[in-house]
Design a protein around this ligand. Structure first.
Ligand code: S3P
Length: 187
C-alpha cells in the first residue's frame, strides 16, 4: 500500500517562514540559555546578539552603554541584527530592547519566527539577583525595571509564539518552544 504524505488540515495555521528562530523577551527571561540549549537539542547554529555587539565594539554591553549611551548602543544593535538575520544563522537570541521597534519585529517575522519568552518582572528580578554578576552586566536592571517592562509589554506580546517561563526550568522552556515550533511546522 502506498501512503500519501500527511497533508495539513485546511484549518491548520500556516507554517512559519524557514528563516531564523529569534528568541526575545525581557531581561531575565532566559533567552541566551534557552537559545543555546534549543540549538544543541536540534543541532542548529546559534548566535547571541549581545555577544556579537560586544565583539564589534570590543567591550561588554554594559561598558558600551556607559561610554556611548543608549542611542548609540541601539544603532549598533539594529545594524548587527539586520546583518545577522541575513547571515544564515538558525537560532538567534537578542537583548530585551532589540525589537522594540515594530518595523524590526516585522522584519524578523517576514523571514523567520519570533518567539517571546514571557516572564513577569518580579520573577525576572529574582533570577537576575540570584545569578551572581548578572545584575552588574545589565545597565537597565535598575529602579525602573518594572515600569520599563510595563512600557514594553505590548511589544513582547507581538510575536509568533509567546512561551511562559515563570514556573518553568530552562529545559522545560526549550521543550515548550520546540513543541510549539513543530506544531507550526517551523522545524
Ligand atoms: C537590554 C537588555 C540586555 C542588553 C542591554 C539592553 C534591554 O540584554 O541588550 O543591556 O534594553 O532590555 P538581555 O535582555 O539579554 O539582558
Amino acid at each position: 500500500m502506498i501512503l500519501a504524505p500527511a497533508m495539513p488540515s485546511a484549518d491548520a495555521p500556516p507554517p512559519f517562514p524557514a528563516g531564523p528562530i529569534v528568541i526575545w523577551g525581557y531581561m531575565g527571561a532566559g533567552k541566551s540559555t534557552v537559545a543555546q540549549r534549543l540549538a544543541e537539542r536540534l543541532g542548529r547554529t546559534v548566535l547571541d546578539l549581545d555577544v556579537c555587539i560586544a565583539e564589534r565594539v570590543g567591550t561588554s554591553v554594559a561598558v558600551c552603554f556607559a561610554a556611548q549611551g543608549e542611542a548609540a548602543f541601539r544603532a549598533i544593535e539594529r545594524e548587527l541584527l539586520l546583518s545577522v538575520l541575513d547571515s544564515g544563522v538558525q537560532i538567534l537570541s537578542v537583548g530585551g530592547g532589540a525589537l522594540l521597534d515594530s518595523e524590526l519585529r516585522a522584519r524578523v517575522r517576514a523571514c523567520g519566527t519570533l518567539v517571546t519568552l514571557a516572564v513577569t518582572p518580579a520573577v525576572a528580578a529574582k533570577r537576575l539577583t540570584a545569578s551572581s554578576g548578572e545584575a552588574i552586566r545589565r545597565p537597565l536592571f535598575d529602579e525602573g525595571f518594572a515600569a520599563r517592562f510595563a512600557e514594553r509589554a505590548a511589544a513582547y506580546a507581538d510575536a509568533d509564539l509567546v512561551i511562559d517561563t515563570d514556573a518553568a526550568t530552562p529545559d522545560e522552556v526549550v521543550t515548550a518552544v520546540e513543541g510549539a515550533l513543530r506544531a507550526r511546522r517551523a522545524l
